[in-house]
Design a protein around this ligand. Structure first.
Ligand code: 8YV
Length: 333
């Protein structure tokens, strides 16, 4: 009789709740430390959870830095279920010899749809009107005595951050007959500018001339408070500001004060400084549409994000190049 020696499955961490079928599939190949209770780990807990695992699926809520990695001697890959990766300290991850991945492309259209939905809701005062109606204020039809919005069609949209999602917003804006202006670290190719009918302008010109400003740039320390008191002062009093980028791109205190004083028409925010806490002044205002960071939140897209993160993790652990490797430079040669 031969005794079969079972090789132990490699250990991985799934740091946030994921779709049960995806988890079950992972459990076929890995010993999984899962967090289906969806509790946010403290930095100390995260450090412990990462020790002894070879791979980890994480999200924006998990800060992966030198402290988190300090006991993660076996770790080979951290796969973010998110395109933005400002939760990653990339130099610290490189120093630990760990691959870092994200989930681009699969969420582009869903996120651009949401950016446009938030713009429409903000300009046309949809949530405010609904509250007004539910509050029993709709007692008669009126030409002037109900919430009057600003037009989206044929207005000028200013997109700050013209990556994949910014370009998705531009495509949608064309359908509304909008004039598209943008500001970005680098200019698009002539071909792309022509296809989106988009003009590159300075940040100041964009702030002064756009009717609707949509923020889609990644968060970096240099982009901290891209929009603050000075920038809001340049905007038109009829302008709207939409943030689907990251908390910290906008100075929320300055924005709340400007909205309260009527310096701009309205804002639509999906992301906040210090989220999930929202600045209390913003919660009191009616000229701001607030959403709980849901730009990528359709079932199809969230499943695609989880699947891509798993594909990245499996590739890295199988000695292959993950499809969306962020720190490829660190693994050259
Ligand atoms: C995620 C996002 O839901 O992908 C991103 O960058 O902002 C969202 O799609 C969020 O980051 C969760 O990790």
């Amino acid at each position: 009789m031969t005794t079969q020696i079972k090789t132990p499955k490699p250990k991985i961490l799934v740091a946030r709740a994921i779709f049960p079928e995806a988890l079950a599939k992972l459990e076929e190949s890995f010993e999984v430390r899962s967090n289906q209770a969806d509790q946010i780990f403290t930095p100390e807990e995260l450090k412990k959870e990462l020790s002894g695992v070879v791979g980890a699926l994480v999200a924006g809520s998990e800060r992966i830095d030198a402290a988190a990695l300090s006991q993660a001697q076996n770790l080979r890959v951290v796969a973010n279920i998110s395109v933005g990766y400002n939760n990653f300290d990339v130099p610290a991850i490189n120093a630990a010899g760990v691959m870092a991945t994200n989930t681009p492309d699969v969420l582009t259209d869903t996120t651009a749809d949401f950016g446009f939905a938030l713009l429409m809701a903000t300009a046309r005062r949809i949530t405010e009107s609904e509250h007004w109606l539910r509050g029993g204020n709709w007692t008669k039809w009126s030409i002037i005595n109900n919430p009057l919005g600003v037009d989206v069609h044929h207005s000028t949209i200013g997109i700050i951050g013209m990556g994949r999602i910014g370009q998705g917003i531009a495509k949608r804006a064309l359908g509304f007959g909008m004039k598209v202006i943008y500001h970005n670290r680098s200019r698009l190719s002539e071909t792309d500018e022509t296809s989106y009918q988009a003009s590159y302008v300075s940040k100041e010109e964009l702030l002064r001339t756009a009717d609707h400003i949509v923020l889609v740039l990644p968060y970096t320390p240099e982009n901290h408070h891209t929009i603050g008191v000075k920038e809001i002062a340049l905007m038109k009093p009829t302008a709207t500001l939409i943030n689907i980028a990251r908390g910290g791109i906008v100075d929320d205190v300055a924005l709340a004060a400007a909205l309260k004083a009527g310096k701009i028409f309205a804002a639509g925010l999906d992301v906040f400084e210090g989220e999930p806490t929202v600045h209390p002044e913003l919660l009191k205002l009616s000229n701001v549409v607030l959403a709980p960071h849901i730009a990528s939140a359709t079932e199809k897209t969230r499943r695609a994000m989880v699947d891509l993160a798993i594909e990245n993790l499996r590739a890295a652990l199988n000695g292959k190049k993950p499809p969306s490797l962020i720190n490829a430079e660190a693994f050259k040669g």
